[in-house]
Each structure stands twice: as C-alpha cells, then as structure tokens.
Design a protein around this ligand. Structure first.
Ligand SMILES: NC(=O)c1ccc[n+]([C@@H]2O[C@H](COP(=O)([O-])OP(=O)(O)OC[C@H]3O[C@@H](n4cnc5c(N)ncnc54)[C@H](O)[C@@H]3O)[C@@H](O)[C@H]2O)c1
Length: 399
C-alpha cells in the first residue's frame, strides 16, 4: 500500500525534501501546506505535488496521509508535532528538534502514546562522505579515535543571500563579473527574520540553529559527550543586528580521553563556492594510527581535494567514489523516515537521540553565558523561553 506524505512549510529548505520521494518504494509526496497559501500553490505546481491543503487541521484530518514533514520555524515544532502524533500521523521534524528539553519530552511522549514514529530530520549524518568516514573509523582504519577538529567557515563575498555584494567586492578589491561568479542560493529575507528573534528560533542562527548539525555529527562519529566548554561571541550582520559567532566550542566524550574542538569563523570578504548556503565545513578525526579528513559538506571550498582523505603509515588515500552533493544527504535522510515506517524500526535520529543532541547545543550555549564547563548528565534545561522583543539578544551593544 502506498504511503502518502505532506510537507508542512514550503520555504527555503522544503526544495531539498522533494527528491527523496522520487521513485522511492511505495512512498509519495502527496501534498503540501503552508500558512502562505500562494507559496504552497507555487511549490506544489513547481514540483508536481497533487494536493494543496488550506489548513494544518485539514492535513491531519485526511485519512490518506501517512506522515508529515514539519519544515516550519522552530517555535512551531513542538506544538505541530504533538498535534500530528495525536492525529496518528508519523512525524519527521526538521532540526533543531525544539526550543528546549521540556518541549522534546512532550514530543517524545506524544509519539509514544500514539504509537507513531518521531524522526528528527538532521541530514549531515546521511551525507555520503561522513558515512564513508564513519565506516573507516568503525573498521579501525586509523586505530583508536583520539580527537576531532571541526571547522566551519561562513562567507559572504558574491553570495546571493548576502546583501551589499557589490560594495563588499569593491572594498575587497575584487572585480565581480570578471573574477568571481555569484555563489550560493537565494534566501528570502523572511527566512532570516524569524531566525533573528530568539523566541521564535530558540537561539542564534550559527551555534543553536545550524550548529545542531555539527553537534549531531560529532556525537554520531565519536559517541556521547561528557562535558562542554564554549566561547560564543557576537558579530554584526547588519547595523544593530548580531549573529552568534565567532565561536569556539570544546568538549570531551564520555568514558574516554577523546576531546574535540568546533570553531566557527565568519569572513564577509571570503568567496566560497556553493549551490546552497555559502558555509563550508571540514572535519578532521585523529586516531592512534592515522587521520581522516572530510573536506566538504554544505559548500565546496576545496573542489580539487577528495571528499574524504585518510593518512596512515606514511601514505595518503583519497576517496572520490561517492555522491557528495549536499542534496544527497537530504535524499538519504528522507528515505530513512520512509523506511522507519515501512520496516517499523526507529528512525535515525529518534526523538530521544534528537533530545541528546539538543542538550549538547544548549549546554554549549549556557557554558559560554556562564563562563564555565558544563557536564551534560547533570544539565537539564534552561527555563521555557519567555517572549522577548523582536531580534532580542541580537541587538546587543557591541563590546
Ligand atoms: N537541514 C538543513 O540543513 C536545514 C537548512 C535550513 C533550514 N532547516 C530547518 O528547516 C526549517 C525551516 O527552515 P527554512 O529555512 O525553510 O525556513 P523558511 O522561513 O524559509 O520557511 C518556513 C516556511 O514555513 C511557513 N510557515 C510559517 N508558519 C507556519 C504555520 N503556522 N503553518 C504552516 N506553515 C508555516 C512559512 O510561510 C515558510 O514558507 C527550520 O527548522 C530550519 O532550521 C534545515
């Protein structure tokens, strides 16, 4: 019997949620819903999706719908997930799972009570180069894991989603058309607006929002985390508006001497080639016998370097033979949701695992605020968010 799925929220990321359903066993992208009905209609027409719903209640009342993918701003994740579970729909909810751990518990409870799957949609763990690196690691190719370094570069020069590209290029001494083509995809300013309001997003766009991917892949590669210590600074992205970077986050894995560092730099005059966000990630894992590098993910800063490289016994081995477009991670992630329902197994990240990842993120942020290291086992939660004014903390005074 065919399973029918509905995308809820037809914004920027929804475009990457379509391909996973194409020609995939017994699953169909059946409908869409967005509170902006014109946006939903346009999206459905562009992607050949048969049905456009007029309300979320209508989606949930439709017996033909097997599951929903929630692709809305973060403050809606908890409430929409609980509603869907109560309507006996399976749920995939985009990262970060929720605003805080209390919400995670409510979502997990709702899924359990109703006997439906709850998947936190975090695609990095499905990115083929990371999958290859994980296999090498688990097969002991570099010996016992010792440490991880994870680097993220945000850039803006010639990026279609960063304003004032021309002025920036001029001040950096770059001739735009001759030297560098535009890079990155277009992002509707509305897609940034809610992210800069902490009561809607739950935290900063870099460490809390995008960072969820990084906290997830760190735990996926090397296991649970014992403690974390972080410095998270603020940088203006436009006059008076700040984002949560640069940042340096350090952690120790449980029951081991494995340490890691994740750091973020934002370079407004740096050019990064990308079909998506102009944000590049590089991972390095050191083992007792060798080193594994994963040299890309969202963007392609180093197109001539193999996606995965391993050093061992004086030799470098390059791994080229894999799909490595960022979109591939979305295809695999969507299929994990479908398969978890079809084979009645836990999805990868389950609600419980998604909660652990969120805890890592929240503890890192609190560590920076409180200037101290935080042990995850004894960390519970910050209080439920109180409504703050628009753009709240991002209007901080420059130090
Ligand atoms: N996996 C990734 O790499 C990745 C990348 C970007 C965004 N995301 C996540 O995806 C989610 C959506 O992000 P986005 O960038 O697409 O945001 P967006 O702002 O571009 O899109 C959100 C959409 O939700 C709609 N919406 C808002 N309230 C709604 C409601 N009550 N009912 C129905 N629709 C509603 C908006 O009209 C909009 O079209 C977030 O959780 C975000 O963190 C994940």
């Amino acid at each position: 019997m065919s399973m029918n799925f509905v995308l809820v929220g037809c914004g920027r990321i929804a475009t990457l949620h379509v391909a996973g359903y194409k020609d995939y066993q017994d699953a169909k992208l059946y409908g869409v819903y967005d509170k902006n009905i014109n946006c939903a209609k346009k999206f459905a027409a562009e992607h050949g999706i048969p049905k456009v719903y007029e309300s979320y209640e209508q989606v949930l009342a439709d017996d033909k719908v097997t599951g929903v993918e929630i692709l809305t701003p973060h403050h809606l994740h908890c409430q929409m997930t609980i509603q869907a579970c109560n309507a006996k729909k399976h749920v995939s909810v985009q990262k970060p799972m929720a605003l805080n751990l209390v919400e995670c518990d409510q979502m997990i409870e709702a899924a359990k009570k109703n006997g439906v799957k709850l998947k936190v949609y975090e695609n990095f763990v499905f990115y083929p180069p990371y999958q290859i690196a994980k296999k090498l690691l688990d097969n002991g190719e570099i010996g016992e894991p010792q440490a991880m370094r994870y680097k993220m570069n945000n850039a803006a020069l010639c990026s279609l989603n960063a304003p004032a590209t021309k002025m920036r290029a001029k001040s950096a001494g770059v001739k735009l058309d001759e030297d560098l083509p535009s890079t990155g995809w277009k992002v509707n300013p509305l897609s940034w607006a809610w992210r800069l309001n902490e009561s809607l997003s739950g935290g900063g766009p870099v460490v809390f929002d995008d960072g969820y991917h990084k906290f997830s892949i760190i735990m996926h590669m090397l296991g649970d985390v014992e403690k974390v210590c972080a410095w998270i600074d603020y940088t203006p992205v436009m006059p008076g508006v700040y984002q949560d970077s640069p940042a340096t986050i350090m952690w120790k894995h449980k029951d081991s001497k494995i340490y890691g560092v994740f750091d973020v730099s934002c370079s407004k005059d740096m050019y990064i080639q990308s079909k998506y966000y102009t944000c590049d990630e590089r991972m390095e894992i050191t083992g007792s016998r060798g080193i594994i590098w994963v040299t890309r993910c969202t963007a392609t800063l180093l197109p001539d370097v193999a996606p995965v490289v391993m050093y061992r016994d004086g030799k470098l081995t390059e791994f080229w033979d894999m799909p490595c477009d960022w979109q591939d991670s979305f295809i695999n992630c969507t299929r994990d949701f479908i398969d978890s329902i079809k084979h009645d197994r836990e999805p990868m990240l389950s609600g419980e695992r998604g909660r652990e990842v969120l805890k890592f993120a929240l503890a890192a942020i609190d560590s920076s605020k409180q200037n101290k290291e935080i042990y995850l086992d004894s960390y519970e939660d910050k209080e439920l968010m109180k409504k703050k004014g628009i753009i709240s903390i991002f209007f901080k005074k420059k130090k």
